[in-house]
Design a protein around this ligand. Structure first.
Ligand SMILES: [Zn+2]
Length: 238
């Protein structure tokens, strides 16, 4: 377990976090190709994933602390991050601000990363790179070299920052409990059964979109969320 404190917020990072980040960042592919560029790409993705998830959780933790006080801390584990708060007093408006601050920080980091792209490259190349970086899979460095012969592995970091922050923030805003969008929706829907039903319907829409785009990994996550909400629906009393 790796621990540190940032902006007075204690953070714990479990070993599983790095393993999952390495896997999403193309770890298996790197092991089979065994090239330095592929390993560098995985490491840069892990760094970008760490900064992105930490930034997202700091958005929740610092906003929650500012409005509600108490004690806040962050844990990065297998499936991303969690921001905890104990002994806080938050009204609905402040709780909504705290929920939205996570994806808000993510989207802000995506915009900053896109701006960096426009600072480094002339506009036509920056636009082309942005389109390639936003494609639903990460483009391996070897393939980037065929499109941009002077591509440097470090650009993979900007690639990952844009891809992770944009897509993960958008997916987090889908009204599926327990994602941020689902927690936000939960502030306004009184009936538990209705809340889980909206979540299941939203899962269905996301799963259909992911099926059509062949996004296997995301599909598994949303199938799991659908299962959680189905159980929640059955157990809810009202
Ligand atoms: Zn969040």
């Amino acid at each position: 377990m790796f621990r540190f404190t940032i902006f007075k917020v204690p953070v714990q990072v479990e070993p599983w976090f790095w393993l999952v980040m390495a896997f999403i960042g193309g770890g298996m592919n790197a092991l089979s190709s065994n090239s330095i560029a592929a390993y560098t790409g995985v490491l840069l993705f892990m760094m970008a994933g760490f900064i992105s998830v930490l930034g997202h959780e700091l958005g929740h933790a610092l906003t929650g602390w500012k409005f509600g006080g108490g004690r806040v801390w962050i844990k990065l584990w297998a499936f991303g991050g969690l921001a905890y708060q104990e002994g806080a007093r938050l009204n609905r408006r402040n709780r909504c601000a705290m929920i939205l601050a996570g994806p808000g920080v993510g989207l802000l980091m995506a915009v900053i990363s896109i701006l960096v792209l426009f600072v480094i490259f002339p506009a036509p190349e920056a636009i082309l790179r942005m389109k390639i970086y936003l494609a639903y899979t990460m483009v391996p460095h070897a393939d980037m070299l065929t499109i941009f012969p002077d591509d440097r592995p470090i650009y993979g970091f900007i690639n990952a920052m844009i891809w992770v922050n944009l897509w993960w923030s958008i997916l987090n805003l889908v009204p599926v409990f327990p994602l941020d969008g689902g927690q936000f929706m939960d502030q306004f829907v009184k009936s538990r059964k209705k809340m889980h039903m909206i979540s299941m319907a939203a899962c269905g829409v996301v799963i259909l979109i992911m099926l059509s785009l062949n996004m296997t990994m995301g599909l598994l996550f949303f199938a799991y969320f659908a299962y959680i909400n189905y159980n929640g629906y059955r157990e809810a009393r009202y």
